[in-house]
Design a protein around this ligand. Structure first.
Ligand SMILES: NC(=O)c1ccc[n+]([C@@H]2O[C@H](COP(=O)([O-])OP(=O)(O)OC[C@H]3O[C@@H](n4cnc5c(N)ncnc54)[C@H](OP(=O)(O)O)[C@@H]3O)[C@@H](O)[C@H]2O)c1
Length: 328
């Protein structure tokens, strides 16, 4: 019998999320059944969407009180009753925030790919940036693309993909340090610190011809400012709305939505889970761009499973640069 350390939902948040909404415990792992394997989880993912999962039904059912926090993770098979996943296989999947996970499937991590890349650029994060930017945003040479959350996991990759496609790319991020990384390291044309000054005015100066593509990770006031400055046939990639996630009151809808009709713009939401059929294509493209020196990926790793709730809270204050992961 092996002991599993877990982070569970202690209570359903009704207002701002707090560390006290989580609990940790230790339980024995069950005996494996035929078809199952036991994963020694090395890293777990920390994603804004978990904020929704702990509070209500979204595109997945709410996490019940007492249940382990649902999350992606990566680890090594240490016991197996599944011939496709022998001991020693490295796997990513929905492990949850726990040190040992019983599973019957997952993605096998190819040799040469480390756990952190498997959970970021070659995982759901990279796929989200890839399908959001290319299936919906479709940036063309010379167009102006704006990406919010530009120093975050998805946004940092989405903006680089638009650069690769020949667009002029303007990032939005919450600190001078983040903006410096986005322009100097990632090669965005500009990065605006949305916490400094009037966002609509900053955008107007940075995008004098208007905005062709907006990759929206944040919603709220920024979405409204962009909608006021879109060009004809603009594409708005509705990837996320983090400014609306943590709290009980939703902000009022963006008044500039009226601009969508005269500008013949497209607003489209998507969920990465619907696009796993493009996972291989995305990984091949992303790794090719990385090998060619056109794309960089950054992970922000915190040590200790017990710190996962704090890392989640930090996503709402901008504590991370790149993909937030916890080393178990
Ligand atoms: N549609 C899908 O399938 C899918 C899949 C994955 C992720 N997403 C969405 O994509 C977005 C980014 O996710 P991620 O995993 O890449 O997280 P992330 O960008 O790495 O982390 C969140 C970042 O959001 C910014 N932020 C927090 N509160 C904000 C606010 N009120 N206004 C503006 N910015 C704020 C912070 O950066 P600053 O310091 O710059 O504020 C923070 O670092 C989220 O909305 C997420 O829900 C969607």
């Amino acid at each position: 019998m092996t002991t599993n350390r877990r982070i569970t939902l202690a209570q359903t948040p009704t207002d701002k999320l707090a560390a006290s909404d989580f609990a940790d415990d230790e339980i024995a792992t069950p005996e494996l059944e035929d078809g199952q394997f036991l994963l020694d989880v090395k890293y777990v993912s920390v994603d804004p969407t978990i904020r929704g999962w702990v509070a209500y039904d979204t595109y997945l059912p709410k996490i019940a009180e007492g249940e382990v926090i649902r999350a992606g993770g990566a680890g090594e098979v240490i016991e197996s009753r599944n011939t496709q996943y022998p001991v020693g296989t490295r796997v990513t999947g929905m492990t949850g925030w726990q040190s040992l996970a019983v599973s019957d499937g997952g993605f096998i991590i190819p040799d040469g790919v480390d756990y952190t890349d498997a959970l970021s650029v070659f995982g759901a994060t990279g796929l989200t940036a890839y399908v959001g930017m290319l299936n919906i945003g479709k940036p063309a040479e010379g167009e102006t693309v704006v990406v919010s959350g530009a120093a975050g996991a998805v946004g940092s990759l989405a903006g680089q993909i638009a650069k690769i496609k020949g667009a002029t790319v303007i990032g939005l991020a919450g600190s001078p340090e983040k903006c410096a990384w986005v322009t100097e390291e990632l090669g965005f044309d500009q990065c605006l610190n949305y916490r400094e000054g009037h966002i609509a005015r900053q955008l107007h100066q940075a995008c004098p011809k208007g905005i062709d593509v907006y990759f929206d990770n944040v919603g709220g006031e920024t979405l409204n400012a962009v909608l006021g400055q879109i060009r004809d046939k603009a594409r708005i990639v509705m990837c996320g709305s983090i400014s609306n996630y943590d709290g009980k009151e939703l902000q009022p809808g963006p008044a500039n939505i009226v601009n969508v009709v005269p500008r013949r713009a497209l607003l489209q939401g998507f969920i990465v889970l619907d696009h796993f059929d493009q996972a291989r294509e995305a990984s091949q493209a992303l790794s090719g761009w990385m090998m060619a020196g056109q794309l960089k990926s950054r992970v922000d790793v915190t040590q200790g499973l017990e710190n996962a709730p704090t890392v989640l809270l930090g996503l709402f204050t901008g504590a991370n640069i790149g993909k937030a992961l916890v080393a178990v």
